[in-house]
Design a protein around this ligand. Structure first.
Ligand code: HEM
Length: 149
């Protein structure tokens, strides 16, 4: 099993990269949609329902499948045996990935609130939330590529 996985390493990594790039595209775009949804659209308006469709499709058709694929390819990469768990970087990356997954869950809950006409947060709140995936992505990429720790 490990030998087969090790032979497929470049392909698994390709899948991992394609999946996380797609996931990140949504993690940056969805909170921006929320900013304009919160600031510009009155609940029940046509603009409100347009934002709801965009948010639902982005989350269900792109972000959630991409997150699952990132996890599957990432776990397969671990299966190839490339990770040395005695070093700190895999643990730092794991913490940041769990944070990213938590952020995905948080955004998903906010989408449901918008869909129910129950958003309680301001555009400013979503502008701040928009920075979280940026910081986590920075930590993840430095941890896994530079491996400085
Ligand atoms: C979801 C759980 C994840 C797991 C289990 C996982 C696991 C892994 C593993 C084992 C490697 C190979 C490390 C090596 O070759 O030394 C890797 C590479 C990588 N991962 Fe992940 N990863 C996950 C999520 C993510 C996320 C969310 C991102 C970015 C947002 C990401 C970005 C990368 C990058 C940039 C590489 C390096 C590719 C290269 O060496 O060219 N990973 N990942």
């Amino acid at each position: 099993m490990t030998e087969w996985l090790a032979a497929a390493y470049p392909w698994i990594k390709t899948g991992h990269i394609l999946a996380f790039v797609s996931w990140m595209a949504g993690m940056f775009y969805l909170p921006r949609l929320f900013v304009y949804h919160a600031e510009r659209a009155t609940p029940g308006s046509e603009l409100d329902s347009t934002f709801q469709v965009m948010e639902r499709k982005l989350l269900k058709l792109i972000m959630s499948p991409a997150m699952i694929a990132t996890w599957v390819f990432g776990l397969l990469l671990i299966g190839t045996g490339v990770v040395n768990w005695a070093e700190p970087w895999p643990w730092i990356k794991a913490a940041a990935v769990l944070g990213m997954t938590g952020m995905h869950g948080w955004l998903s809950k906010r989408r449901k609130e918008f869909a129910a006409g129950e958003n309680r947060r301001s555009g400013r709140d979503y502008r701040i939330a928009n920075e979280v995936p940026t910081v986590l992505l920075l930590v993840i990429v430095v941890a896994v590529v530079v491996k400085p720790f």
